[in-house]
Design a protein around this ligand. Sequence first.
Ligand SMILES: Nc1ncnc2c1ncn2[C@@H]1O[C@H](COP(=O)(O)OP(=O)(O)OP(=O)(O)O)[C@@H](O)[C@H]1O
Ligand SMILES: [Mg+2]
Length: 496
Amino acid sequence: MVDITKSFQGVIANSNINLSIRQGEILGLLGENGAGKTTLMNILFGLYQPDSGTIRINGQDITIKSPLDSRRQGIGMVHQHFMLVQNHSVAENIVLGFEKSPQLFPQRQIADLILSFCEKFNFHIDPAKKVWQLSAGEQQRVEIIQALMNGADLLILDEPTSVLTSQESKDLFKILREMKKQGHLIILISHKLDEILELCDRVTVLQKGQIVGQTETRDVDKKDLARMMIGRDIIFQIEKEPMARSTKVLSIKNLVVKGDKDIEVVKNISFDVYRNEIFGIAGVSGNGQREMVEAITGLRQAESGRIFIEDTDITNQSARHIYDSGIAHVPEERIKFGIAPGLCLYDNAILKQHHKEKYASKLFLAYSKIKQHTQTLLSEFKVLAPSINVQTKNLSGGNIQKLILGREINENPSLLVASHPTYGLDVGATEYLRNQLLRRRKEGGAVLLVSEDLDEIFELCDRIAIMFRGELMGVLSSEDPRLNDIGLMMAGSLRI
Ligand SMILES: Nc1ncnc2c1ncn2[C@@H]1O[C@H](COP(=O)(O)OP(=O)(O)OP(=O)(O)O)[C@@H](O)[C@H]1O
Ligand SMILES: [Mg+2]
């Protein structure tokens, strides 16, 4: 990519970028939220046209007008937010990406084709399953298979591991190494510095749309990378001051919740969360955490059991009633459940507060107040956006996450339920978010933190519950030495 420049409504997303990648190489692309990584890769994939600059493959200038062109050039991309059709099967989704999709749909033949491909890379996926039934990791595999089946020589992966379990990440890395051996080129965007160091041969660092550093990964460590990215040192271990918990906020009694497949995925769970406390739910995702959170926040019906907030029963109340009772929620799938992507920033800033008096006068929304509030929110939570009038989907992934967090904690909720709140955040923003959670704890709020990142759990939580197949294997104080066996509990082989 030679001298690539791209701006959106006056915001320069890429400025004179020169990037090259050699055969059989894995190149890491690193940079703060909003630095321009996704934009640059979208240009290479033909989703955006650069304002100026050229793309060369094997020394020849080429024009990439659309993803179809880029596919013909052997480029495939797995996007930051999945692009699959939820109501279609895996096979149907994969065929959608074919240049010449068959006129009839020979189910068996296509399924066989997919399965033989999966075998080659050691994937396990059922071609007949509907996409909505798949976990994030599985959905991602479908996207990768789709790209590979289209003959991608160069595979672009935009934050592939932010939604994967650590085992799934390991599996993915095995596949990527295998692809590298077979001569594929890979560009990997990630905020996880360890991953970049482990997997990539070289790394390029973007800052505010410009390249600020390029280096071989063997010459640097994690701290160097963070400094190149943010321009200052990052403290990877934050300080949590000791704090006595105060009154009970959330009380869950014998909760049972069914999943999408109509079987019980939360089985008779009970626990309490107190003010001045961060209560962590650790566990491999897919063990009922999502359904439990959805029941607490009113997005899913509880089958039996009770949920109390400050002694008020809120079981199976509406999501709005629950929000108004003091439970805020940073959801796991932020594009799907956290925002309305096509609405402006100022609409999304009050998505859950629009009925409150301060944002509405009689039958109408008080837009001048709403817009003012949005400005404050953006500056307070360091959301990088061209203006409050853009569609929210145009924000970078990390900035969408910051906007949601701001909206959720702005009204001082008694309890913040945060599912994987640091997914997709850069190291600076992660540090910021963790400090925000600690601030809620200090100011008398409570946080229910669902995370797969054990470092995050240990760093922030006062008590930790370990969830496996819908049950709690133990609830322990973060000081408890028995937590050395947390791995066994997460795998279901130890119950305390
Ligand atoms: N379609 C668009 N319309 C307007 N602005 C956009 C659009 N796409 C990207 N931008 C802006 O360009 C900048 C770069 O965004 P980009 O998505 O490339 O960042 P990123 O480095 O991928 O960040 P993240 O790590 O958060 O995913 C941001 O300021 C973003 O708001
Ligand atoms: Mg991005």
